[in-house]
Design a protein around this ligand. Structure first.
Ligand code: NAD
Ligand code: ZN
Length: 357
């Protein structure tokens, strides 16, 4: 089969590799349809291997060279003898966590995604979605509702990240919300916050092109650029009583954005840190204490939440497909996908690789 494999930084190769092995008792093989390119894939491409294990190479396509891609879906072609929840022909979205089911503190307590040994298909022992087919564990595939498109199946994973951050915020219907960062994750979080009932939405970015996209996707959201706006002051001025927003969700991963969130929420408000900080960041702790507020982390998603996230997309409450700016065949995924996303003058958000082309 054809596969896009990571060999080293800036060295992704379109190659002919062996088809997946026959599935073991708990495994499935799927024919992949669409796969999204995520910021983590861009990091691997530019600086990797980071998460990709360097030392191994196995029949599941894991290790170096590695089939990338953890945002994908497809059609089941083979199932192992113990797999009951899907059958050949079923359209599925992939939940890419590779989780030990026991043997460490978290796994033994059913907090599988917190396991120290968690890894992710496409970045680990198991190859991912940027190939014509994939061998996965049965629990990695969830049958899709008929009204979810194949393209949307590739957006379930990043949408699940956004939904979890909103869940963690404790947002209530009618709340006011600030999202920092209008990248793919920030925009999906904006949709997820509205779906959860947020009545007043603010989104900030330093990039005006991205703010223009945010306005197009959600005209009712107020867009703010920290280069020209005092984000917290604008949020306070627009919220009831001038006190600030109920919830802020940080989708950038830097100190400036985190402190804008701390500054913008009202007393007893909640900040969720979803963006990943590459290093340390100083926080205005006086304000955190004085406001009697909370800062909560949000890591990945609830592993067993795929049906709910798929319903949110299929029902149109989270129109995830609207963040897709281009779809490319596997044969041109490096130049028109990875390199296009890295172009500093580019305006792409989410690029999908079409494995049916
Ligand atoms: P992205 O880089 O495409 O988007 C980030 C946006 O933030 C950019 O548009 C950038 O212009 C903007 N930005 C930079 N500085 C800013 C500032 N001070 N204020 C407002 N906006 C600013 O990234 P993405 O793919 O949307 O991902 C967002 C973050 O989420 C990343 O840190 C990523 O690693 C992280 N992430 C976390 C999880 C998780 O499980 N917690 C999962 C996926 C991604
Ligand atoms: Zn990702």
């Amino acid at each position: 089969m054809k596969a896009l494999r990571f060999h080293a930084a800036r060295d992704l190769r379109l190659e002919e590799i062996d088809d997946p092995a026959e599935p073991g008792p708990d495994q499935v093989v799927i024919r992949n349809r669409f796969c999204g390119i995520c910021g983590t894939d861009l990091h691997e491409y530019t600086y990797g291997p980071i998460f990709i294990p360097k030392e191994i190479q196995n029949a599941s396509g894991g290790g170096v060279p590695q089939v990338l891609g953890h945002e994908f879906g497809g059609v089941v072609t083979k199932v192992g003898r113990d797999v009951r929840h899907v059958k050949p022909g079923d359209r599925v979205a992939v939940m890419p966590h590779i989780m030990p089911r026991s043997g460490d503190y978290y796994a033994d307590r059913a907090m599988f995604q917190m396991s120290e040994n968690l890894s992710i298909a496409g970045l680990s022992w198991i190859g991912g979605g940027m190939a014509e087919a994939a061998l996965l564990n049965g629990y990695n595939v969830e049958k899709m509702p008929d009204d979810l498109s194949d393209e949307d199946a590739a957006l379930v994973e990043p949408t699940a990240v956004a939904v979890r951050a909103v869940d963690k915020s404790g947002l209530r219907a009618g709340d006011s919300v600030l999202i920092t960062g209008a990248g793919p994750i920030g925009l999906l979080t904006l949709f997820a916050a509205r779906a959860a009932g947020a009545a007043q939405l603010f989104i900030s970015d330093v990039n005006d092109t991205r703010l223009a996209i945010a306005r197009r996707l959600m005209p009712e959201a107020i867009t703010l650029n920290p280069r020209t706006d005092d984000v917290a002051a604008r949020v306070r001025a627009a919220t009831e009583g001038g006190v600030g927003c109920d919830v802020a969700i940080e989708c950038v991963g830097n100190g400036a954005a985190l402190n804008a969130c701390v500054d913008a929420v009202r007393k007893r408000g909640v900040v969720v840190q979803l963006g990943i900080h590459p290093g340390e960041a100083a926080v205005d702790w006086f304000t955190v204490t004085f406001k009697d507020m909370e800062i909560r982390g949000s890591w990945c998603y609830d592993t067993f939440d795929w049906p709910r996230v798929m319903r949110l997309i299929a029902s149109g409450r989270i129109p995830a497909g609207r963040i897709v700016t281009r779809t490319v065949p596997l044969s041109s995924a490096v130049a028109e996908g990875f390199d296009a996303l890295l172009d500093p003058a580019g305006s792409h958000l989410k690029i999908l690789i079409d494995l049916t082309a």
